[in-house]
Ligand binder design. Structure first.
Ligand code: ATP
Ligand code: MG
Length: 593
């Protein structure tokens, strides 16, 4: 899609998104039309009264004019309140829906999206850009409609009362209001784009700097980091200055238009319709009388491009094509651990499988089902921006209930295997089979219900131990939580608050809590814990050797099919089968260094 027609497409998309709130928005538009009519009339009435007093003295009661003004002022105030209230009510409701829509679409592809863009940039779009769209819902639809209808009504009324020439001069002055707000439109869009990018980069820079603060402080490179920030800020400042300059020109042009325009209408009216003084004065008063409405349009020249640019970024984030295409009709698992109902919803309570007490036993394999829980067959994989394959002709068989260990030097492709198993990526050649079905045909949702991964650097919420665990199984009873904590050798009390990202825990405690959560999640697999595939990717790297062994042994007792990735062979002693990777290829284990 070209940049040229993109804003129109985004506008149409926003209008379609706003459709459910059209009732409330219609009230807002109506309140604005009536409110602005009352405001314009509040200026036009005294102007007309002065004209009437000059031409027909004694015909008009001052009291009637004052009473009329009071009524108009009260009506204008009340209607403005109603317009703002309904406009914002609709906007906040729609923004809430939009946030949910974004989250719903971004979450399934989060690891891939974050890998490519950076978490802070994603946050900037998902939170702040969504807020920037408020301007469209609350301050665009009603002003745009009333900025057409009110001037049209003012021109028609003037034509009928003061004659066509006066109406024509008023039409020119009001059209100039539209023209002023369209001044620098293209540049405005360009600036909004630069501003959006600069803000995202600044957010990412601040987030990254905070994460590596110790390195910066220790190495004394704060000045370099600040210099980079200044550069980003200069980019932002240049765009803001350009935007303010254009806004300044528009403000000046507006002031000139209103007061010069009032004079023009007055002069044209006096010259062409001297006998209709009240109507001419009224027409002249309609220039400042409609100024508030057209001023809003002028302010939209800044906020609307920003809102549309934000819409573009939000849609780009939420509608990005996933890294792995999903099948239109996912195939059900057919392997040894396939459940009776393969895509049944996640069980809200308890754990299923032989490793957990008081629960059902492992689902049995259908006759003739595969004897493999997971299998990589001749898999070759390369990351899009890397010319060489990271994995080459890799094969791996994980029999139900067994443990496969993967070792290899750093960068040899171990975690990439974990990513393929949980279908964050698809192989370039070969197949990944989960529960008897090609992961591509099974679809990411089913794969990720079966495959649970615990990695070395888990993310924990700023909440209690129990709340962190219940992310994996919202309805799990305390006893089930305690059970998984025991499996992961984690003696933490359920009500302990663990701080932001688990900062109140040691590295080892964090890992064991996350591992307990992964075990709990595996217990929610359609075939129960024994039907799950557990991948521990350096998930015990912060533990002492004894704890490491106890944790792996605890997991093995669950009867689940497990892949344990570790640098050290000792960690993998309990594995039924071991493979060693080097440069993305399987080599005999004894050739390891
Ligand atoms: P470690 O033991 O250090 O965790 P690993 O064996 O798990 O290493 P992988 O994470 O699988 O290694 O990475 C294998 C190779 O792929 C590395 O050279 C790495 O630089 C590269 N790589 C990993 N992720 C990406 C990515 N998202 N984009 C491009 N290259 C990547
Ligand atoms: Mg790794």
């Amino acid at each position: 899609m070209t940049q040229r027609n993109r804003p129109m497409t985004d506008l149409r998309w926003l209008l379609a998104f706003a459709a459910p709130a059209r009732g409330v928005l219609a009230v807002s538009v109506l309140a604005r039309l009536l409110g602005h009519t009352a405001s314009a009339a509040a200026l036009a009435l005294p102007a007309w009264a002065i004209g009437a007093a000059l031409t027909q003295p004694g015909d008009l009661s001052v009291l009637v004019v004052v009473a009329g003004l009071i009524v108009l002022a009260l009506a204008a105030g009340a209607l403005r309140y109603l317009e703002q209230l309904t406009g914002h009510l609709a906007a906040f409701r729609l923004l809430g829906e939009l946030r949910i829509w974004v989250m719903h679409r971004v979450l399934p592809q989060a690891p891939a999206v974050i890998d490519v863009r950076g978490a802070a940039r994603v946050l900037d779009v998902a939170v702040r850009d969504v807020d920037r769209i408020e301007v469209f819902f609350a301050h665009t639809i009603a002003p745009a409609i009333s900025a057409v209808l009110l001037p049209a009504a003012a021109i028609g009324f003037t034509a009928a009362t003061a004659g066509p020439p006066t109406a024509l001069s008023l039409a020119l002055v009001l059209a100039a209001g539209w023209a002023v707000s369209l001044l620098g439109r293209g540049a405005g869009r360009q600036t909004a784009r630069v501003l959006g990018r600069a803000r995202g980069d600044i957010t990412q820079h601040v987030a990254d700097s905070l994460r590596v603060r110790d390195v910066i402080q220790g190495a004394g490179t704060l000045e370099e980091r600040l210099a980079a920030m200044r550069e980003l800020d200069a980019r932002l400042g240049a765009a803001l200055t350009a935007r303010s300059r254009r806004a300044g020109v528009r403000h000046g042009a507006t002031a000139l238009r209103v007061w010069g325009g009032t004079l023009l209408v007055l002069l044209v009216g006096l010259a062409t319709a001297p006998g209709a003084l009240p109507a001419v004065l009224l027409a002249a008063a309609l220039v400042p009388g409609t100024a508030t409405g057209l001023d809003t349009l002028e302010r939209l020249a800044v906020s609307l491009p920003a809102g549309l640019e934000a819409t573009r970024r939000v849609r780009e984030l939420a509608e990005a094509s996933p890294l792995v295409p999903e099948p239109s009709e996912p195939t059900a698992p057919t392997g040894p651990t396939a459940p009776i109902s393969p895509i049944s919803p996640i069980s809200p309570t308890g754990l299923r499988g032989p490793g957990f007490s008081g629960v059902s036993t492992q689902a049995t394999a259908p006759a003739g089902g595969s004897r493999i829980a997971a299998e990589l067959t001749d898999v070759t994989f390369r990351y899009p921006d890397r010319p060489d394959p990271v994995l080459e002709s890799i094969s791996l068989h994980l029999a139900p209930g067994t443990t496969v260990g993967i070792t290899g030097p750093t960068g040899s492709g171990k975690s990439t295997i974990a990513r393929l198993l949980q279908r964050h990526r698809d192989p370039e050649a070969g197949t990944v089979t989960i529960d008897g079905v090609d992961a591509r045909r099974l679809g990411s949702t089913q794969v990720q219900r079966i495959v649970a991964v615990a990695d070395q650097d888990p993310f924990l919420l700023d909440a209690t131990v129990a709340a962190n665990l219940r992310l994996a199984a919202p309805g799990a009873p305390d006893a089930a939580l305690e059970e998984v904590l025991r499996t992961a050798c984690s003696p933490l009390p359920l009500d302990r608050c663990i701080g932001p990202r688990g900062s109140a825990l040691s590295g080892g405690e964090r890992q064991r809590l996350a591992l307990a959560r992964t075990v709990l999640r595996a217990g929610q697999a359609p075939g129960g814990i024994a039907g799950a595939i557990l991948v521990l990717d350096e998930a015990t790297s912060h533990q002492d050797p004894l704890t490491q062994e106890r944790v792996v042994a605890g997991v093995q007792r669950l009867g689940t099919s497990t892949v344990v990735i570790a640098h050290r062979h000792e960690t993998l002693r309990p594995a039924d089968h071991l493979i060693h990777l080097e440069n993305g290829r399987v080599v005999p284990a004894d050739s390891s260094c």
